[in-house]
Design a protein around this ligand. Structure first.
Ligand SMILES: [Zn+2]
Length: 496
């Protein structure tokens, strides 16, 4: 309570401080002042006495024992930059949060904050951060990225209290907070690279031009140092212990800061917001955030129940592919429970490098047997062109780059707590290619399609997907020859 009272006092000349802060920030970006914030905080004098620094922006007052003014400046600025993006995500007008402001403590030595009463004894122990409606506490992390991530994460919880009464049950609350704190930092301009030899927490604010954006997937490790969620996904993928989508929704209503659980909540929230089947229901659910019980989840589940097999299938594909560079724009997979049943006639389709998995467009009943033929070329890198068998000089996740792959994806949602491994196979092998070349020298057939020797048997009603094996962040290389577009042409023939 003392803290809250002091906080209210600090708000009195907030508007003036904010204006000053903004002016000086512009000067800092222009290189006029390197650390202009020193005398701005309302309680600078007590802060100096206790060795704490305070930085203040329109929406965040940050107090810390970390002697890194540039980091603290970065954190309050990032918080203010994130706020309008959070509101836009929830479709809430900016005016709802004009006067919203919270207190944050970034703590290196937790005892300092306990002694001063800033960290009350009644709070539970936590490894990373903790939030209440008006105050958040963050344990100092080794990288600028992760300090920022945690300030934003706890800030999202506080904002959910403000806007919706609370953030819903754990899976939803943590998933949303992770989604909205995963961010891409401002990119330094090439001419103003920070001098070499700076620490991991070196400021980038003064050298920055590119916008700071939340709800971004990391392109590489350098985008999110310290975050490490993809490592968890890869470990479970290798061990065959990835959770089903339903089991994520059944996580305890109170998670105890377990990073693994947060990973699944975040991935599920990313899926729900990116899938046309669930986006609206997921965002609408935020308005019921005051309800932190299982009733919240039941209502959300009811809203998307018709589409659950599709969502569950998307979840399996997501976890199979989730890695640095994963980009939702490459995963616009058309998948529907109302896809028609395969008629038994041959199907022709083009598989293109701009998308990952691409559906054949129908579902296949149990007992169907499929045989494939394929032809065509596609750049897998500026230097390399591949055909459906792939190139053996370069590999992506253990299989040849450019290889045409098939995935038989059961429509039924997997039972149990973990998802079965995805059934992904090459369509055309090198042996198939060698055989076709040998046969074509003895025949007058001018077709270049290679017939795959493998027969795929459908064991339960399934969608059939095809893709060109390319790295997660692959950007298609423009074809130099418009007469032969970048694609594999595939023929799928039912067989006995
Ligand atoms: Zn949280």
């Amino acid at each position: 309570m003392t803290r809250e009272a002091e906080y209210a006092g600090g708000m009195m000349d907030k508007r003036l401080q904010t204006q000053l802060w903004r002016v000086l920030l512009v000067m800092a970006i222009g290189g006029i002042a390197s650390s202009p914030f020193v005398s701005l905080s309302a309680d600078d004098s007590p802060a100096t006495e206790t060795g704490l620094l305070t930085r203040e922006s329109q929406h965040l007052r940050l107090t810390s024992d970390v002697d890194d003014p540039a980091l603290l400046d970065d954190l309050v600025q990032s918080f203010d930059d994130a706020l309008p993006q959070w509101l836009a995500f929830w479709n809430v007008p900016e005016s709802r949060a004009t006067n919203w402001k919270i207190q944050a403590y970034l703590m290196q030595n937790v005892d300092t904050f306990r002694r001063s009463g800033a960290l009350p004894d009644y709070l539970p122990r936590f490894d990373h951060g903790y939030s209440t409606p008006h105050t958040v506490w963050i344990r100092y992390q080794d990288t600028t990225y992760y300090n920022r991530h945690l300030v934003l994460h706890e800030g999202v919880h506080s904002l959910a209290f403000e806007l919706f009464g609370a953030g819903g049950p754990s899976w939803y609350m943590e998933g949303t907070a992770e989604l909205l704190s995963l961010h891409r930092d401002r990119v330094p301009t090439p001419s103003k690279q920070p001098p070499s030899g700076l620490s991991a927490n070196a400021p980038v604010l003064a050298q920055s031009i590119d916008a700071f954006t939340i709800n971004q997937l990391p392109r590489n490790r350098l985008d999110t140092p310290g975050w490490g969620r993809y490592k968890i996904v890869a470990r479970h993928r290798d061990a065959g212990t990835l959770p089903t989508l339903k089991s994520v929704l059944k996580l305890p209503t109170a998670l105890n800061g377990e990073v693994e659980a947060y990973t699944w909540c975040w991935a599920a929230s990313s899926l729900f917001t990116q899938s046309p089947e669930s986006r609206e229901a997921f965002l609408e659910a935020a308005g019921r955030g005051k309800d932190r019980t299982e009733a919240f989840t039941s209502e959300f589940y009811r809203d998307v129940a018709d589409q659950w097999p599709v969502l569950s299938a998307r979840w399996r594909l997501l976890l199979h592919d989730l890695d640095y560079g994963f980009d939702w724009s490459r995963h616009n997979l058309n998948l529907s429970t109302s896809d028609s049943r395969a008629s038994g006639s041959p199907i022709q389709m083009s598989v293109t490098p701009d998308q990952a998995w691409q559906s054949v467009g129908v579902w296949f009943p149990k007992g169907a047997k499929l045989r494939f033929a394929a032809e065509g070329r596609c750049h897998v890198s500026p230097e390399w062109v591949s055909e459906p068998a792939g190139i053996t000089l370069e590999y992506n996740r253990g299989t040849p780059l450019g290889q045409l792959q098939v995935c038989v994806l059961p429509i039924a949602t997997p039972a149990g707590a973990t998802i079965p491994r995805l059934d992904v196979r090459p369509v055309i092998t090198r042996t198939d290619v060698a055989r076709t070349i040998a046969e074509s020298t003895n025949s007058s057939d001018s077709s270049t399609a290679v017939l795959g020797s493998q027969i795929i048997e459908i064991k339960e009603p399934s969608w059939v997907l095809l893709r060109i094996n390319l790295p997660a962040g692959h950007k298609p290389i423009a074809s130099v020859n418009n007469d032969s577009p970048e694609a594999y042409r595939v023929q799928i023939a039912p067989t006995r």
